[in-house]
Write a protein that binds this ligand. Structure first.
Ligand SMILES: CC(=O)NCC[C@H](N)C(=O)O
Length: 132
């Protein structure tokens, strides 16, 4: 069994601040834990409006707090995000995330992240990022 604490993880190199200024994420469970997925607590900053396209990963995102919107660039549909919303990118869906009130999200990635990933120009993570 493994136990981790968010406050402690936030003070370690598990906390990654995105250079684009849109988000930070504390990667609490990573590839090296051999669970087959990774688990992150992500903060999306108020006013963020950015595109993502996880071509190499599947992702599920649960909103703990805050408010925003996700727009699918596959079908043009927009969906409100608030506490209790879960969105599931089961088709590597290209999307835009907008944040009107700072959001705290719990995110699961399959395959798991190594820990250092930040978005490339397409809003994706490469598969071979450096291991922490
Ligand atoms: C919702 C989302 O994908 N935000 C970007 C950061 C990501 N959750 C991560 O933890 O790397």
């Amino acid at each position: 069994m493994i136990l981790r604490n968010l406050t402690e993880a936030n003070q370690s190199n598990r906390r990654i601040v995105s250079p684009d200024g849109n988000w930070e994420s504390t990667r609490m469970l990573l590839k090296q834990d051999n669970m087959g997925f990774s688990f992150h607590i992500t903060t999306i900053y108020k006013g963020a409006d950015f595109q993502m396209h996880y071509q190499n990963h599947l992702e599920s995102v649960y909103c703990i707090s805050g408010a925003g919107e996700i727009e699918s660039l596959e079908d043009g549909q927009k969906h409100a995000i608030g506490p209790g919303t879960l969105y599931i990118l089961d088709k590597h869906d290209k999307h835009i995330l907008r944040c009107s009130e700072e959001m705290h999200l719990a995110c699961v990635f399959n395959p798991p992240l190594n820990g250092k990933e930040v978005h490339n120009a397409e809003g994706a993570y490469e598969l071979e990022a450096e291991v922490i």
